[in-house]
Design a protein. Structure first.
Lengths: 153, 153
DNA sequence: CTTGAAAAGAACTGCCT
DNA sequence: AGGCAGTTCTTTTCAAG
């Protein structure tokens, strides 16, 4: 594990808000020179703390108005491997995230669809036919807020 | 809604894999010049399709080894407003995401903690004391895979 | 850690097809 | 729409305090 001081925390906080700002502008606000700021960011990347930069897309603007979280419990455990399930679920284009979890469900899926009837198609023809699938529970996303998290306190 | 052609789709797909690559390098692979590629990206940003770029942090390297998804059902509905709940939950530093959903639960929370006993502290002292909280269900994250989603097919 | 400088590269602009 | 050429800004590396 890497040692982070207060300035690293401030850098991560600022970059989490906007990953596209320049090292120079960032450093000026924190009272650091541009090369010093740049070296700190580089160090965080090399340590693996910063894993990369991800594009944030607006699903609605792309015509996907419905986002649903599915909790999936596997039946037939032992007869169907987790790898089979994961491979099949990863091949569904509407699935954005696959989370293997421990608890009431075995997997949590984030699924998008154009509308409710499109979601029904995905659910019936894609999800319910996955190998070993048992109970499925659905929650429709109304709104979502991403916070900084404690990584940065 | 904005019209996207095949090239826009390829751009979004490439940028979703790595949001940090330059317009020049991207264009060369698609047979476009640097300004043409840049103008397309700019257009997607201005249309709101690209909402921004987010830093991807490695929670484990920052000392947060446990990620838990909580499904929260509110009791006392009507007596406590959703706004009160949302304001209180957003103030918990360990909460990374708040999703307002429709279904078996009212809210889904993504929570990180240093370890299991740290998570117990968050659950007992922070989550269970939220205004109006009723049933709480937990799923511990084992592994996670982010796919491109259908935005890009 | 800082400043200053220099080279490389990426972002942005205007003009032309 | 796309390409070309040029300008501006940022990144990246270096030397020296």
């Amino acid at each position: 594990m890497i040692e982070l001081d207060a300035i690293d925390g401030q850098l991560l906080r600022a970059l989490t808000r906007d990953a596209g700002q320049s090292a120079g502008a960032l450093g000026r606000r924190l009272g650091l020179s541009q090369p010093a700021t740049w070296r700190r960011i580089k160090r965080l990347e090399e340590a693996g703390v910063i894993h990369g930069r991800q594009l944030r897309l607006d699903a609605e603007k792309l015509g996907f108005g419905v986002t649903v979280f599915l909790g999936v419990k596997l039946a037939l455990r032992g007869r169907v491997s987790l790898e089979d399930f994961e491979r099949a679920v990863s091949a569904i284009p509407e699935v954005q995230t696959v989370e293997h979890v421990l608890g009431l469900y075995d997997y949590r899926l984030r699924v998008v669809a154009r509308d409710v009837s499109d979601f029904e198609r995905v659910l019936r023809r894609r999800v319910m036919t996955l190998p070993g699938v048992g109970d499925v529970e659905a929650n429709v996303l109304l709104s979502e807020e991403n916070l900084l998290g404690p990584l940065l306190v």
